[in-house]
Design a binder for this molecule. Structure first.
Ligand code: NDP
Ligand code: HSE
Length: 424
């Protein structure tokens, strides 16, 4: 059996998990998959990680030339994270004819076409199953399991950290800031948690996945993005009263032939399967025109779950006789403004604090009416001269709703529009 030399870039969470799976399952992979994978070099600067995993320090360095110049290394798996030096290193190894497997969604979302151009130049493959939903095989499902379909939509919970935070807030009645601190202490959220809580991580994943769904490049600047940092436990509690669970959703869909792509918090009806996805788990719904609904569920992060997807890509790559590339133009030149929806429709939950005076409600209702925004229901509580108004709004265009909210916010009698949350 032919040996296939592998290199790993990074031995942190995902790199460490991958190393452990590759070493523990070496014989099993040989026997069942018919490929003999040998780790020949590792790039890592933190020798405590090398030591902790019992890696031979002789195969560890920080110099990518040790991979580029080793003709026996055929596949390079990257887990540095971030853009540089990952991008330059991967371009160098791809041009040298070594295939790349990566978990780096930010890099793929931003530089997919550069990486693919380098892969084509070197006759190498580019695989990134682990970049979206960690251990859940969503990319293989889209590329290898949906050929008989035109995909209509993808909707999911793609970020484990935010789902953990929202679950804790809902189940334990905690405030956002307190749960975030706990998530950081447990190592779920980064010291700088912006990539997760501001929706960037979900946006990168949606960019990759919706491009694969609709066979058109969906760049990150075509994705509406809103995170969870303004969510209060009060709104989660109100949502419960209406039978809703709050989730950070990533949604890509075709509407009248145009792509609509957005990441934002949304109230999901309690009976919807996504409402039951708790803690750090991920899930997604894909709708194909022939198959109908498909739902995938599993661990979207963590060393072994993500390592599982990396090893799957390594084995898949090792078995290819010819690498295949994106069936659409994934460069900036392939992006046409007219392919994307500029506005989208949703139902809304709107909570505001106003002066408890005669005529205020009529004024607010008048502004909604001016912009064609129709109220479904209203709940009011008043105390100490102030009233809290909670509107459920019928399906309306985002632009109309935004104009109405801006005008309502400018009314003297309105203390604040406290929350505007989409309802699925
Ligand atoms: P970690 O920070 O745990 O690991 C990265 C490792 O690479 C660190 O040990 C880091 O060293 C090392 N490293 C970075 N740059 C260099 C360099 N230039 N030379 C040598 N070593 C370097 O990150 P994760 O494993 O969590 O994430 C890796 C990638 O996987 C990211 O792209 C992430 O988005 C993606 N991902 C992560 C998941 C997860 O569950 N963590 C899930 C799915 C995807 P040092 O610590 O010194 O910086
Ligand atoms: N930070 C990501 C999450 C890691 O919380 O889901 C997996 O991509």
């Amino acid at each position: 059996m032919k040996k296939i030399g592998i290199a790993l870039m990074g031995l942190g969470t995902v790199g460490g998990g991958t190393y452990r799976i590759l070493t523990a399952n070496k014989d099993y992979i040989r026997k069942v998959q018919g490929v003999d994978l040998e780790i020949m070099h590792i790039l890592e600067r933190d020798m405590t990680k090398v030591e902790a995993l019992g890696v031979d320090p002789a195969i560890v360095s920080t110099d990518v030339a040790n991979i580029v110049n080793n003709k026996d290394i055929k596949i390079v798996a990257e887990f540095f994270g971030g853009i540089e030096p990952a991008r330059s290193f991967l371009i160098a190894v791809l041009k040298a004819g070594k295939s790349v497997v990566t978990a780096n969604k930010e890099l793929v979302a931003k530089h997919w076409s550069d990486l693919e151009a380098a892969a084509k130049e070197g006759g190498a493959g580019l695989y990134f199953e682990a970049s979206c939903m960690g251990g859940v095989p969503v990319i293989r499902t889209l590329t290898e399991g949906m050929q008989g379909n035109h995909v209509q939509s993808i909707m999911g919970i793609f970020n484990g950290t935010t789902n953990y935070i929202l679950t804790k807030m809902a189940d334990e009645g905690l405030e956002y800031a307190d749960v975030l601190k706990e998530a950081q202490r447990l190592g779920y959220a980064e010291a700088n948690p912006s990539a997760d809580v501001d929706g960037f991580d979900s946006m990168y994943k949606l960019s990759i996945l919706s491009s694969l769904c609709f066979h058109k490049r969906v760049p990150i600047d075509k994705i509406y993005r809103e995170g969870i940092s303004k969510i209060s436990k009060q709104d989660i509690e109100f949502g419960k009263q209406f039978g809703f669970t709050l989730k950070l959703l990533a949604i890509g869909k075709l509407v009248d032939g145009k792509i609509e792509a957005r990441v934002h918090p949304a109230f999901v009806p309690d009976e919807h399967p996504l409402a039951g996805v708790k803690g750090s788990f991920n899930a997604c719904f894909i709708v194909g025109d022939n198959v109908g609904d498909i739902m995938l569920y599993g661990r979207g992060a963590g060393d072994l779950p993500t390592g599982s997807a990396i090893v799957s890509d390594i084995v898949y790559c090792a078995k290819q006789t010819e690498h295949r590339y994106c069936p659409f133009d994934n460069s900036a030149a392939g992006v046409r403004d007219e392919d994307f929806a500029a506005n989208f429709e949703s139902e809304y939950y709107v909570r505001m604090t106003v002066a408890d005076k005669s005529g205020v409600l009529a004024k607010i209702a008048g502004v909604f009416a001016k912009y064609g925004v129709s109220i479904n229901s209203l709940q009011q509580t008043a105390e100490d001269g102030k009233a809290s108004l909670l509107f459920m709004i019928h399906k309306t265009g985002e632009n109309n709703l935004n104009q109405a909210i801006a005008e309502i916010n400018s009314l003297n009698e309105v203390v604040a529009v406290d929350a505007v949350i989409r309802v699925m």
